[in-house]
Structure formats: C-alpha cells, structure tokens
Design a protein around this ligand. Structure first.
Ligand SMILES: *Cc1c(COP(=O)(O)O)cnc(C)c1O
Length: 470
C-alpha cells in the first residue's frame, strides 16, 4: 500500500514504464495475438491477502497485460476509426485523477463546469458551427445520440412521454449506412426498433433526400409521427457525407428533430477547406463529434452540441431535495444535460491539448494525416493488383486487391478477407474491413497522433508483401 509521501519516488517508476512503452511501441504487435481466456488464466483467482509492491505490479503489467493490449496508439493502427491520444492528454488525465473531482453540478467543482463551457465554445467557434449552439461533454457519441433521440421524443410529444410513456407511433429515420448506436438509442428510448426506418442511399452511400421525403409523407398519411432524422457526416463504413441542405429543409417543414452524427469526420471542420460538409446543417437541432477519435484527446471525450439547450434540460432535469442549490439557473449544472448524474472532469484534457497545439498545430496535424493518406492512396492507385474502391477522403482509404482481373467476385472477396487476416496476424499493422456494393474491401485510416511517412511506407510494404502469389 502506498502512502502520499511515497508519491514522488514511486511515480518515477510509472513514468519510466510509460517512457519505455512509448519507445517499444512500434515493435509490439498492433493487434493483440492472445487466445481467449489466456490473460484470464494468468490472473490469480483470488484477491491477494497481503499487499504487493508497485515493482511487482508493474512487472506483471508488462508481462501479463501488455500482450493482451491491442495498440490503438501504434502508428500502424489503421482499423475502425482511431482513438488517438497525446502526451498533453495523458498529463491532463493524471491531474484530473489527482484532483479526483466528481463534476455533477457547478458547485461540485465550478472550474470543471466553467472550463467545459469554454472548451465547448472554443471548439464550436474553431469549427465554424453556429455561434448560438451550446455544448456539453459526454462519454461517447452513442450516449449523445441517445440524448438527441430522447430529446426529440420529448419535443415531438410536447414533453409528455417522460410522464406518460412513449406513444407507439413515433418514427425515426436514418440511412442504411448509419451507425449501430442509432438503433441502440431508438431501442433504449422506448420508440421501438420497428419505428426506425432506414432510408436508401445513393452511389456515394449518402442518404437519399427523395426517398426520405417520400417515406415521411407516407408515414404522415398513415397517422404516424415523424420525430427525428439522423444524418451522418462520415459514415462508419466509408466516411460518406450526407448532403444536409435538402434534408434540413424537409425536417424544418415537418418540425422534425435533425441530429447530425459527425462522430469521426466532425474533427475535419477544424479545417476551413472541409466546412462545406456542414452546408445546410446550420438549422440542425443537435450535433455530435468525438474529440476522442481524431483530436489527440484520449478516450473518452465526446462533444455534443444543441441548438436549444432548454429542450435538453427539460428532458433530463432532475431535482431531488439534496441537489438543490442557490446557484441554480445562474450556471450550468451538467447533470441535467445528459444521462449520468456523476461526471468526470473531461474538459481539462481538451484544455491541455488545445492550448499546447493551438489551432494552427491542430490544423497542421490533421492536414499531415490527410497528406499521408494521399501518399498511400497514390501508391495504391499505381499498383496493378490493387484498386481504390472510392476516392480517398480525409485520412481514409478504401481499397481492395483485384489480382489480374480474372477472378470472380467471391474469389476476390475471399482474397481480400485473407489479406486482412494475415496482416493482422503478422502484428505489423491492424486493418479492418467493410462491404461496399457486395465487395469486401480493406479500410485504412491514418490517424494515430504521431504517425509519420515511414510508418505509412511500412504499411504499404506490409500490404504488398501479403498479397496473394507474391
Ligand atoms: C465511432 C462512431 C460512433 C460511436 O462512437 P462512440 O463514441 O464509441 O459511441 C457513432 N457514429 C459514428 C459515425 C462513428 O464513427
């Protein structure tokens, strides 16, 4: 058991551990290679009776835990979307943990509430989002989208669902490409999976405004109640950007809540050259993006914005006697802005990152990732046995092996699946896949904070090395 007086001396060991982890990271397998229950079986079945030393615990962290970690901070982690981190974010988390504040209301740490308010303004303004929007930090985009769906439900039912239960005729719309968190949110909100209508997409995997309009009109005719439309700026499968102008005007015409899920690609709004993604989105009711994906701020940290915070607060407000305060109404009590009562002090890491990088530093880093992606996709484009399945966008490339062009779709699909499998097994890189129009394709996202060109060269070499018959 450590005492406070031991802190300085003992902490050096932890810092050294992290330092050597950072130094060795590139040589570790990106995707953990362990078998199910391998780690579990290495951990004693009972709590130790006597306390153990930090040295022993750190050694076991190296020997037992590290092999079971998939290294999201490895520069050749290219699967899913990144969850990147930075030294600044790590330092802030250390201080957050030292402070150990539980930030449910303003009084339980005024600095946490007020820094959060400022950080949400900094990001809103740096991203060119409407200046009247207000924001709150949530744990994940899934939770933020759940909040959007529940707020939409309350607004559509004149705030009666919280009291009386959910009417059975509410309808939620999204495209066939939107994230699974929407279906989960609809289910949790009590709206029912059958009332989530997935609208078809165009060639570029974008929600079709025409099909949406038809569906909404048909539903209204059938006495159903359109409640919320959820669009994606950057779908999970192929980073498709739903076109907002027409969808937004349909929503306004029928007074439907419009929620924008920009979980991953939203970060690109820090770059003026990508602001077009939000064209038509100014009238949206809510918007979510994840600094914990591509803004060098470690998981978890989600930014949720709303056009009118009163809807959010009216939906989630609670006021038991023991939480009544004199400052109510003068300050933001964020427990009323989401699901949990207790809240972590997440604004501090955003503050550390945004101050240390500055807007310029953030933009440089994002542009660097985008350029590295272009560098990779140019190489792929030139390779006779590979093809780009769609134009590379942001730091995302979607490709597949085509061989000599004489194989059936099934054979190619199997080949591509096999390529990913062997690369992931090699430990050199971690890739994931998606299916686009029946084609099994390889997704590559280049988004680890400290990724360099040589890492991308390593990835390309690894890819070529693992092509069939090569
Ligand atoms: C990652 C992602 C989510 C889910 O994010 P969490 O923060 O893990 O809940 C939702 N939507 C999109 C488009 C995403 O890319």
């Amino acid at each position: 058991m450590l005492e406070k007086k031991d802190f300085k001396k003992q902490s050096q060991k932890v810092i050294d551990w992290i330092d050597s982890f950072y130094k060795e990271l590139k040589s570790l397998p990106v995707k953990s290679q362990v078998k199910p229950k391998e780690i579990y079986n290495l951990i004693p079945s009972e709590i130790p009776t006597e306390g153990e030393s930090l040295d022993v615990i750190l050694k076991d962290t190296t020997d037992i835990i590290l092999p079971g970690i998939t290294h999201w901070q490895h520069p050749n982690f290219h699967a899913y979307f990144p969850a990147n981190s930075s030294i600044e974010s790590l330092f802030a988390e250390m201080i957050t943990t030292a402070l150990g504040a539980q930030c449910m209301i303003w009084e339980t740490s005024p600095a946490a509430a007020e820094l959060e308010e400022r950080m949400m303004e900094w990001m809103r303004d740096a991203m060119g989002l409407p200046s009247s929007w207000e924001g709150v930090i949530q744990d994940t985009a899934s939770t933020a989208t759940l909040c959007a769906i529940i707020s939409a439900r309350e607004r559509t039912t004149n705030f009666t669902s919280n009291e009386e239960g959910v009417p059975p005729n509410l309808r939620i719309y999204c495209s066939t490409q939107t994230h699974s968190s929407i279906e989960k949110g609809v289910v949790i909100a009590g709206i029912g999976r059958k009332n989530l209508i997935k609208i078809g997409v165009d060639e570029q995997q974008r929600l079709s405004p025409t099909l949406l309009k038809e569906q909404i009109e048909k539903d209204i005719e059938n006495q159903l109640k359109p409640c919320c439309v959820i669009v994606a700026l950057g779908t999970t499968s192929t980073v498709a950007i739903d076109e907002l102008t027409e969808i937004s005007s349909i929503c306004q015409q029928h007074n439907i809540w419009l929620h924008i899920d920009a979980a991953y690609a939203g970060t690109a709004l820090f770059l003026p050259e990508y602001r077009w993604m939000m064209d038509g989105g100014e009238q949206a009711d809510s918007f979510v993006f994840n600094p914990h994906k591509w803004l060098f701020t470690n998981f978890d940290c989600t930014a949720y914005y709303v056009k009118d915070a009163t809807h959010l607060i009216k939906t989630f407000e609670i006021l038991p006697e023991y939480l009544k305060t004199k400052t109510r109404g003068l300050v933001n009590d964020y427990r009323d802005w989401g699901v949990p009562l207790g809240r972590r002090f997440r604004a501090l890491k955003l503050w550390f990152v945004m101050r240390s990088y500055g807007l310029k530093g953030i933009q440089q880093k994002l542009r660097k990732h985008i350029e590295l992606n272009k560098y990779l996709s140019d190489k792929i484009k030139k390779h006779p046995k590979l093809e780009l399945v769609q134009e590379p966008f942001l730091n995302f490339t979607c490709l597949r092996y085509i061989g000599d062009n004489n194989q059936t779709l099934d054979m190619l699909n199997q080949n591509n699946e096999h390529i990913i499998e062997v690369i992931n097994k090699s430990g050199k890189a971690f890739l994931s896949h998606t299916v686009v129009n029946g084609k099994y394709v390889i997704r590559v996202v280049i988004g680890q904070t400290y990724v360099e060109q040589e890492d991308v060269e390593d990835l390309y070499a690894c890819l070529i090395e693992h092509l069939p018959n090569n």
